[in-house]
Design a protein around this ligand. Sequence first.
Ligand code: GTP
Ligand code: MG
Length: 149
Amino acid sequence: RERTYIMVKPDGVDRGLVGDIIARFERRGFKLIAAKLASPGKEHLEKHYADLMGKPFFPGMIQYMLSGPVFAMVWEGLDAVKTGRVMLGATNPLESGPGTIRGDYALAVGRNICHGSDSVENAEKEIALWFPEGVLQYTRSQESKVFEI
Ligand code: GTP
Ligand code: MG
């Protein structure tokens, strides 16, 4: 079963949106297998966003990510990476539909509330970076109501 790394960014934590974002993934049927509030340093964030280094907005984006704690999560389920991105909305919130996290709560690309892995390969890298201690494995009692097993 696929896993994705989802993170509430400092603006989302500051605006009190952690519970709402968890609730969206829970009610969809995804399984939470790791979660923590964290204050990552500059180097850690530069590793996370390494593919964007050199972009004009990179320094400002790192400053934004350093402005407060983030809430890091790993969610597991069918097509978790792609579905997670759909639930987040487009990178630019102005292009995000209502019903998505960014479409419901954000206006600016540089204050877009949440992060979601963009490929299965990157998800595995991000999970290893943010949760070197590993994730949990457990069975939910309602699993057969969510998945055909
Ligand atoms: P993440 O889930 O955070 O990785 O966003 P994404 O995958 O939708 O977009 P991408 O990885 O390309 O960019 C990472 C983050 O950089 C975005 O979420 C934005 O916060 C920021 N960003 C991307 N493009 C721009 C831009 O053109 N201007 C500004 N100010 N920020 C940008
Ligand atoms: Mg990205």
